[in-house]
Design a protein around this ligand. Structure first.
Ligand code: ADP
Length: 435
């Protein structure tokens, strides 16, 4: 309010002086005086507006460059100077924070790229430049897919499901293998984190190759030994009790080793990424019927085995792999269910998903073991596993097969009552059968 009165007092004083002149010198002289003063006021404001506009056009908006004003403009410029000072201080604080962030991220062993809502590069650190073959100075504002053109990366970005990282082989960057993880943040922005896993992947490949080679090399000598053992067992001249017992034991152990080697080879094949899954139509109904026959011969009448077919849907995938996964679950159900127990196998459709179930009334599994069952050689009771012909690799094989079929394993169990293994297949893998 005080400002309005201060500014209005000048006009009131002018009107008062004009009125006084009017009374003394007459209307004409008073109006001339009023017009001259008004013209001077207008000129004063136009001059300051021009000065302000020139200042706004300057590239350097430092407080020192603000023009000096008089009258009301003095206050305006003083406010402007205060605002500019505050603004440049906060800008300085921001740039210090940004520099600190950049030096922290530059020191990180991981690459970091900031992408805007249209997947254009806003910023990246030097590690990311090396991992992805980009150059920030030249590529800022570029679409990331123009620079990292590999199809898996383009698909990963488009899929908008970033729970798992993507492993990318950067062949053009000296065979670098990087793991890429996208993290959405803010308003549709993304952080792309890259990690060099070349060494880890090389060791992993060496491990896989080693197991595959050793298993393969052991297969032939074992076949020879088992052949001779078979011949010797059939030989009537082996008449000593000790020799007969030794032959039985040797045959049993050789068979166990052969089973172990077969399972290790299956796992190596499943792990090998170059071994692409064969996408064929699998008739689950006839596969389940075959498996029921196998189960009955394995159980030799010791269990009640029931098969329920509630869907004629077929599956897209590899029959050999699915046979091995389902077969492992069924053989486990038989091996871990005491004589007289029940085993139910079923194939059904639930909310567009395929569901294969193997349920038994066996010994059950304690809750704490369930998350670790699919690890290689994880056994709850090793002697029971061995006695019943287990290798400790069955559920690891199941897990790999299911991963390759984008399926999910669900295990529920109660000790002493039995276990239920549910395999859920996504709707995209189901092929409607003739009902
Ligand atoms: P194994 O050859 O030892 O059976 P698996 O990988 O098939 O190896 O299974 C791992 C472990 O999980 C088994 O040793 C067993 O302890 C437990 N298991 C698997 N299936 C069942 C089941 N149906 N009932 C109870 N325990 C089971």
């Amino acid at each position: 309010m005080s400002d309005i009165w201060r500014r209005s007092s000048n006009i009131l004083f002018l009107i008062f002086v004009t009125a006084l002149l009017w009374m003394i010198f007459g209307a004409v002289k008073a109006l001339i005086f009023f017009s001259v003063v008004m013209l001077w006021v207008v000129f004063h404001h136009i001059r300051h507006l021009v000065l302000l506009e020139r200042w706004l056009q300057l590239s350097d908006h430092s407080p020192a460059s603000i023009p000096a004003g008089s009258g009301a403009w003095d206050d305006v410029y003083a406010h402007l100077a205060r605002y500019v000072r505050g603004h440049s201080q906060s800008q300085e604080r921001l740039s210090i924070a940004l520099k600190r962030m950049q030096s922290v991220t530059s020191a990180m062993p991981d690459g970091i790229v900031i992408l805007d809502m249209s997947d254009r590069i806003e910023w990246c650190n030097t590690v990311a430049e090396k991992h992805l073959g980009i150059n920030l100075a030249l590529d800022v504002g570029q679409q990331i897919t123009y620079l990292v053109r590999q199809v898996p990366f383009v698909e990963y970005l488009a899929a908008r499901q970033y729970t798992n990282p993507l492993i990318l082989n950067q062949i053009r960057l000296y065979g670098l293998i990087v793991s890429l993880q996208l993290v959405p943040y803010g308003y549709n922005q993304k952080l792309l984190i890259s990690r060099d896993i070349t060494r880890f992947e090389k060791i992993e490949t060496m491990r896989r190759d080693f197991i595959a080679n050793v298993s393969h090399e052991l297969r032939t000598p074992l076949t020879v030994i088992s052949g001779f053992l078979e011949t010797l067992s059939a030989d009537d001249n082996v008449n000593s009790g000790f020799n007969k017992r030794a032959l039985v034991l040797m045959t049993e152990q050789t068979t166990r080793m052969q089973r172990l080697i077969e399972d290790l080879l299956i796992l190596s094949r499943l792990e090998n990424e170059q071994n692409k899954i064969s996408e064929k139509t699998v008739n689950v109904v006839s596969l389940a019927q075959d498996l029921l026959q196998d189960a009955e011969s394995l159980s030799t009448g010791r269990h009640q085995i029931k098969l329920t077919i509630a869907s004629q849907d077929q599956l897209l995938g590899s029959e050999e792999e699915l046979r091995s996964a389902f077969g492992n679950l069924i053989s486990n159900a038989i091996r871990y269910t005491p004589d007289g127990g029940e085993i139910n196998i079923s194939w059904e459709k639930h909310h567009d998903q395929g569901l294969f179930v193997v349920q038994d009334s066996g010994i059950g599994i304690e809750l704490e073991h369930i998350p670790r069952l699919t690890e290689r050689f994880y056994r709850i009771d090793s002697s029971r596993s061995r006695e019943t012909g287990g290798t400790g690799l069955g559920l690891a094989i199941v897990k790999h097969v299911l991963n390759r079929h984008e399926a999910r394993l669900e295990i529920t169990s109660q000790v002493g009552k039995g276990s239920r293994f549910n395999i859920w297949f996504p709707a995209k893998r189901l092929i409607p059968g003739n009902a």
